[in-house]
Every structure is written in C-alpha cells, then in structure tokens.
Design a protein around this ligand. Structure first.
Ligand SMILES: [Zn+2]
Length: 298
C-alpha cells in the first residue's frame, strides 16, 4: 500500500515543474536571495538567504512544518533559519513556530503578539476562540514599530501597520531584491479578513495598503499573505475595492438598514465574482464593514 501511494505521488510530481515543487510547496526564486514559498494551505512564506544567515517570514502550521523546512533548505543551500519574523498572530502564520524554534530559530513579532497568543480572544466572525499558545510557539523577541534588520546581517526592513488586519501587523521590505512581504495586509484578489476582535480596523487596513503601495515601485514583487505573487497594482486594486465596498455599506446604514437587511440587499453583488472566496464571502465582508462602521456586534 505504501508503495502504491509513493508511486501515485511520484506520478503527480512528474506533471509539475520539478524545480519549483517540493512536498506540496512551490518555491519562487525572486532574486537577491529572496524566495516565496507557498502551498495555498496557509500563509505564504518568505525567505531571505545569504552568506550571513537565513531569515524566514512566517511559519505556516505544524502539519506542514517539516516539508516547509525542507523547502527552506532547498532555497537556502541546506540551512535552517536563524531568525523568523511572524507578520501577525494568526494560526496559519505562527503554528509552525515551535518546529522552527526547535531548529534553532529566534522568533520575532510585534509586541502585542505574545500576549494575544497566550490569551486569545473569541472571533465574532469565526464564532470560535483559538487555543492559547505557550512555550516555543511564542515569539521571544518583539518590536514596537519600524525596525531595520541590517545590524543582524539581513537586508530587510520591518514596518508596522497600526490597527489594520490586527493591531500587531508587520510587513517586510527586502530593498536589494525589490520585494515586499505584506503578511495579511494583502489578500491578493480576495476580500480581506479584517480581524476586528484583535485590533484590526477597516481604515487601518486601507492605510496599510496605501503605505505599502507608496513604498513599492512598478517592478516590485509583492508576496501577499494569501494569493499569488502580486504587484503594486494589486495593492491599489484591493484598496479601491475596500473603499468602494465600505461606501456602499455606509450608505445603507445611513438609510437606517440593519445588518440582515443590508446582507439581504447584496450591495457587493457585482464585486463577488472577482473578490469572494471560501473564507470571506460577501456576507462576511458586509458583516465586517457593518461592524467596523457601527461598532455593533452580533
Ligand atoms: Zn491573518
């Protein structure tokens, strides 16, 4: 049976470009030692590998960690990361932390993240509370705001976006490679998840998209938290969509509609084909916008 599974897996691999695929992960070489490693099962990972060491952005989730570590080694000439930056607190970006800490990585995040991971809040949108994390899952170093990693040997700049996807979002600029990793400040081509229960706000999210777009040029490659490798245009398209969606929901609130009436009216219907996806569909996007505007909860 085991041999049959292996044969099937081998056959599958043959149909996919071998250089880019490994254990379900696709690695894209962006030049300058920067790689995007993705499997579309959890947040996209960034890697900066050069003589001085290996920096990794986000750790995905425990079930993928071993395969992810292999993909990182392939990209970095057989090395493990010495420094991991968590872009924010969500499980699909941090649940590999323990594994990579076990390989010797120091985990760094915004200062709000360890406390929130240890004492998670219930999500009104998801209707659930994540399990509290402890020990090696938790970042051991924190930053309060913008920070350069130059003095640690990495051509990378950390930027903090206040009150956007959460209240602890970091995005990372790799200036030499002309690459930006946005964390979940960009869901490329998808309605964004804005986590109001962890300090996110719609205006903060719009501001973050603008700040990242301002720092990007026309050739900049943008690694989103979710979705394919993107560009400055994708950041601006997401910003424009979000502003338009908020304007429509605001207009219906101003007319006195409640949440259910607004959802029934489907004010985002024409946007759905392009932006709706399995996690954030139109009703969830409207719910987030309504709650952000009114402060009301379900
Ligand atoms: Zn997230």
């Amino acid at each position: 049976m085991k041999m049959l599974v292996s044969a099937a897996a081998a056959a599958l691999c043959l149909s996919i470009p071998a250089a880019a695929q490994e254990n379900g992960f696709e690695t894209t070489d962006l030049g300058g030692g920067v790689f995007m490693i993705a499997n579309d099962q959890a947040g996209n990972v960034g890697v900066l590998a050069h003589e001085g060491g290996v920096l990794m952005i986000d750790t995905q989730m425990a079930p993928f960690a071993e395969d992810l570590a292999e993909a990182v080694r392939t990209a970095s000439g057989g090395r493990d990361p010495e420094l991991v930056v968590n872009t924010h607190l969500h499980g699909d970006h941090v649940l590999g932390n323990e594994y990579f800490a076990g390989l010797g990585a120091v985990i760094l995040a915004h200062e709000t993240v360890p406390e929130r991971l240890a004492n998670p809040s219930r999500s009104e949108l998801l209707g659930s509370t994540p399990e509290p994390l402890s020990g090696a899952f938790l970042p051991v170093e924190t930053v309060a705001g913008d920070t350069s990693l130059e003095d640690r040997g990495f051509a990378a700049e950390i930027r903090h976006a206040p009150d956007a996807h959460t209240d602890g979002d970091l995005w990372i600029v790799f200036p030499d490679a002309d690459v930006i990793h946005t964390g979940d400040l960009l869901f490329s081509g998808r309605y964004p998840f804005i986590d109001l229960d962890n300090g996110g706000t719609v205006q903060g999210y719009i501001d973050a998209l603008e700040a990242i777009a301002d720092s990007a040029g026309p050739e900049t490659r943008v690694i989103p938290g979710h979705g394919p490798l993107s560009t400055r245009e994708d950041l601006l398209a997401s910003r424009d969509m979000l502003i338009e969606a908020r304007t429509r929901v605001q207009a219906l609130i101003d007319e006195g509609r409640d949440l259910e009436a607004i959802q029934a009216e489907a004010p985002l219907a024409d946007l759905d084909a392009d932006w709706s996806w399995r996690f954030i569909d139109a009703d969830r996007m409207v719910f987030t916008l309504y709650r952000d505007i009114t402060g009301e909860t379900r």
